[in-house]
Design a protein around this ligand. Structure first.
Ligand code: ATP
Ligand code: MG
Length: 422
């Protein structure tokens, strides 16, 4: 039997309604803040991610699904959303639109990862980007929104961690100090970190290797090297978070896995599961780096798969699947036709109606309706066609009620919508 590729999941109907619930709730919040949806291609030119995400990152060095298409172009399945969105922003001349542009997305991402808890090869992210403002108020707006999304699901112990990793000016001094520090022990660092040493030393702080993590404990911290502008920005973010009552923790080692970040970076971490659910930061240089005009921006991405896992574990029973309002059982050709008509008319009225589509026995039809936990049923057989009344039954209480045949659909509608009070 052919099996699904490693690191992918099937989202079956008995759980997909939970995904839909989370997506709808999140979308509602995103739209309340004025974000509009953007959809970009699943695949892009490989160079977009090499230049955008950064060729010293784990994502580009180890995790990309890259292949040549039939015309020999190097193509990569998107490992994250921001690079593609920035490409679309530049390519479609969106800088001439009212600024800032606020966009959200819900898209699957592809990374060739070591598959483990919370780490898939195809996974889904819901993200948001604000393009066109350097103000710390944009950071605050995004953090308040992210916090609302997380809080709305009432998950236990999710901690916001923030840091400021400086701009291209102040980072220079810091990187020199960091390099001096790492140089003392360079031979003890992993091979990947050795290559990062020259190209992008701050990446070393993001290394997941045990030895590197240990060595990094005593490394100088970026916050001691921030320029005035970055310091002020960070103060603005911290003080306002306090004012609006959002708890946070400063994590001076937080640098994030993608190269394009500047100034504010943040993560919402599940203490229980030990992984990050939502993460992001400012990327003031990315748009220019990808060929657009210099434009400041900030964004985040939330790992939907991790969010669902957490929700399932701690709050799963809170969401219920949709159940049909009515099941119409029927037997015999005439009755079947009648059932189709009644079902169609009720569905037009926005009722959720199921009917028999198997031509099996009434007993088997009712067994199905019962398994689906459908509350009301009607049975149409030869007797019902001839008779003046149709019986509607409440499957939970067993109660039956006669409905007169004239204006039948309206009467059924009233009954299933308003219940026994009719
Ligand atoms: P990590 O350090 O955990 O690898 P990252 O820095 O690669 O994370 P981002 O690229 O910022 O993460 O992605 C944002 C969010 O997307 C993560 O916080 C996580 O919730 C989710 N995510 C990232 N990679 C995966 C994956 N392979 N499987 C499932 N979710 C993921
Ligand atoms: Mg990663």
């Amino acid at each position: 039997m052919i099996q699904k590729p490693k690191g992918t999941i099937d989202i079956l109907p008995d759980i997909s309604y939970k995904w839909q619930y989370m997506e709808k709730e999140t979308q509602k919040i995103l739209e309340n803040y004025g974000f509009r949806e953007i959809r970009v291609p699943v695949f892009e030119s490989t160079t977009l991610f090499e230049r955008g995400v950064g060729d010293t990152t784990d994502v580009v060095q180890k995790e990309m699904y890259t292949f040549f298409d039939k015309a020999n172009r190097s193509i990569t399945l998107r490992p994250e959303g921001t690079a593609g969105i920035v490409r679309a922003y530049i390519e479609n001349g969106m800088s001439s639109l009212p600024s800032p542009q606020k966009m959200w997305y819900a898209m699957p991402m592809y990374r060739y990862e070591n598959v483990q808890k919370g780490r898939l090869r195809e996974f889904r992210q819901i993200g948001a980007e604000i393009i066109g403002t350097a103000s710390y108020l944009a950071d605050i707006e995004l953090l308040i929104m992210a916090n609302e999304i997380i809080k709305n699901f009432n998950l236990p112990e999710v901690q916001l961690k923030i840091n400021n990793i400086g701009c291209h000016k102040c980072r220079k001094n810091y990187q020199e100090e960091l390099k001096k520090f790492v140089a003392n022990n360079l031979e003890k660092y992993c091979e990947t970190c050795k290559t990062r040493f020259e190209k992008n030393p701050m990446r070393i702080l993001d290394c997941k290797e045990k030895m590197c993590k240990e060595l990094n404990k005593k490394a100088p911290i970026i916050l001691d090297y921030l320029c005035e502008e970055c310091k002020e920005h960070f103060e603005g973010v911290k003080q306002t978070l306090e004012k609006v009552g959002i708890d946070y923790e400063i994590d001076s080692k937080l640098v994030r896995g993608l190269d394009y970040y500047t100034k504010t970076v943040f993560e919402f971490v599940s203490q229980q599961e030990g992984y990050t659910i939502l993460a992001g930061g400012r990327y003031d240089a990315l748009i220019e780096q990808l060929g657009g005009q210099s434009t400041p921006a900030i964004g985040f991405a939330m790992g939907e798969d991790r969010l669902i896992n957490l929700y399932e574990k701690y709050r799963g029973e809170n969401i219920k699947p949709k159940v049909a309002d009515l099941y119409i059982a029927s037997i015999g050709e005439e009755a079947d036709k009648r059932a189709i008509k009644i079902a169609q008319e009720l569905r037009k009225k926005d009722c959720y109606v199921e009917k028999d589509i198997t031509s099996r026995s009434i007993k088997a039809q009712l067994k199905y309706a019962d398994k689906q936990k459908i509350k009301y049923i009607i049975v149409i057989g030869e007797d019902e066609l001839k008779s003046e009344v149709i019986k509607i039954k409440n499957m939970k209480t067993g109660e039956e009620k006669n409905i007169q045949n004239g204006n039948l659909v309206m009467k059924i509608y009233d009954y299933i919508k308003n219940g026994e009070s009719v």
